[in-house]
Design a protein around this ligand. Structure first.
Ligand code: OAD
Length: 236
């Protein structure tokens, strides 16, 4: 299996990759689902929706502040580093991530479509300003904009649209890829998960890396059941 995947990757000139929380698990960042997943102890509707933020911005910010502190202490692992390497070797390469942790940036990846935004950015709920902020912990909760308006995390919450035009770009990358790598995602959150069948129908060879099986494991060309940090460096 791994031999086949290695050969596909070596021969491909165009590669697209979809990553999820599992790629950062070996960096010590909890995933959302599965053993130890965040959604076991917290409810998305209390913390990751615009309604929750409207009800209790302080509570939502306390949770994001905790996650920012956790992520600030983490470092990219061999899987993030391997993808940054792969990008330098392929003429056409797109990294699509559902992660907001910024570990792909820190590993050196350049072309990243952050479908769910970035935990290190803030957005003003009044004037719409959008700025980077790496303070962890935050000096003041909830944070505010220079205009005095309440700031929100620069992430996409449940029920919100993805950043303008980004899904189109992701679909274009998936459709034109010879190899589509799916790494560390439970593949249950849409529209991101839809990229997997879309890539396959468009003719890509799909390789999944995940210690657990997902709704797409049976239909991908190659499902490699192992932790990404161990397996990806071997694949390249
Ligand atoms: P999930 O937490 O749903 O899934 C993580 C996946 O990673 C699972 O399938 C695990 O089996 C797998 N995994 C765990 N350790 C791994 C490892 N070392 N190597 C490879 N895979 C591993 O995370 P996502 O699929 O990213 O959205 O979740 C999608 C979205 O749901 C998130 O972006 C977030 C969440 O709620 C929003 O907040 C909008």
């Amino acid at each position: 299996m791994i031999g086949q995947a290695r050969e596909w990757l070596a021969q491909a000139a165009s590669v697209a990759v979809l990553t999820g929380a599992g790629i950062s698990a070996e960096s010590g960042i909890p995933t959302f689902r599965g053993a130890g997943g965040l959604w076991k102890n917290y409810k998305p509707e209390d913390l990751a929706t615009a309604e929750a933020f409207g009800r209790d911005p302080r509570l939502v910010w306390e949770w994001y502040n905790w996650r920012r502190e956790l992520i600030a202490k983490a470092a990219p692992n061999p899987a993030h580093l391997a993808l940054a390497q792969l990008e330098t070797r392929k003429p056409r390469f797109t990294l699509i991530t559902q992660n907001v942790d910024g570990l792909h940036d820190r590993a050196g990846s350049r072309r990243i479509l952050k479908l769910h935004g970035d935990i290190w950015r803030m957005r003003c709920t009044v004037c719409g300003a959008n700025w980077p902020d790496r303070c962890a912990p935050l000096p003041r909760i909830p944070p505010h904009c220079h205009c005095g308006g309440l700031a929100r995390p620069g992430v996409v919450w449940f029920g919100e649209p993805l950043p303008d035009g980004m899904m189109n770009e992701a679909e274009h990358a998936a459709a034109s890829a010879e190899v589509f790598l799916v790494i560390g995602t439970s593949a249950v959150v849409y529209p991101a998960a839809g990229l997997v069948p879309y890539a396959r129908q468009s003719g890509a060879k799909v390789i999944e890396i995940n210690p657990e099986s997902t709704p797409f494991s049976a239909m991908v060309g190659c499902a490699l059941q192992a932790p990404a940090g161990e397996l990806l460096p071997k694949l390249l």
